[in-house]
Design a protein around this ligand. Structure first.
Ligand code: SME
Length: 203
């Protein structure tokens, strides 16, 4: 099957079946590749284009207008060049824009302790999915696109062999043009997809 066909969605399926289908297609797409840049690029494209092909999210008012990743800057190949003057003392985490589909977005999100940091930084720190029905009411929300009304951010959680707990390494972020664009079925589907992606890559 051509790679592009993996974003085709069977007609008439409900949302639970939609996320199961996307998960299955993504597992095929990631098989045999461990590079996180490559895998996150294909994952953002698959999720975004699958949503465009799904009536609930692909049409006008309820459209998902952004789908992509922010990843801890330490994991990028060259952050030490860009931030070399800051490397002497431990710094709060920074999330750098990773692969995405949609309009251009803010490049860098600071995960400052104890402040209104926006949805991505909060999901990253709390290590839990945040479902925001109205972004204008969210403390510190970073508006990359004034048209976005609601958002869901799911952390990428990595379990290291020698550590009992999971470590956040980035987030998967989706924006929607409608208020209350996402629900519990999306949370459940995206959390499984986030785990699939983390397990498919070498970090
Ligand atoms: N709204 C996010 C920033 C990322 S953009 O939505 C793509 C936030 O508040 O962290």
């Amino acid at each position: 099957m051509p790679h592009a066909d993996s974003a085709m969605i069977p007609a008439g399926i409900d949302k639970q079946a939609f996320w199961i289908h996307v998960h299955e297609q993504l597992s095929y797409l990631l098989a045999g590749q461990r590079d996180w840049v490559t895998n996150l690029a294909n994952a953002s494209s698959l999720i975004f284009n699958s949503l465009m092909a799904f009536p609930e999210f692909g049409d006008g008012d309820r459209m998902v207008n952004w789908c992509g990743f922010y990843v801890n800057a330490e994991l990028f190949p060259a952050p030490k060049l860009a931030f070399s003057s800051e490397t002497q003392t431990p710094q709060p985490a920074r999330l750098l824009l990773g692969p995405f589909c949609g309009k251009p977005a803010c490049q860098l999100i600071h995960v400052s302790p104890g402040k209104a940091r926006g949805v991505c930084a909060d999901a990253y720190c709390q290590k839990k999915t945040l479902l925001v029905k109205d972004v204008d009411t969210y403390p510190g929300h970073i508006a990359c696109d004034g048209e976005t009304k609601s958002e869901i951010v799911c952390p990428l959680l990595l379990k290291l062999p020698n550590e009992g707990s999971e470590r956040a390494i980035g987030v998967l972020d989706l924006d929607c043009l409608a208020l209350s664009g996402f629900d519990e079925a999306d949370r459940e589907g995206l959390e499984k997809i986030a785990k699939l992606i983390v397990d498919a890559c070498d970090w």
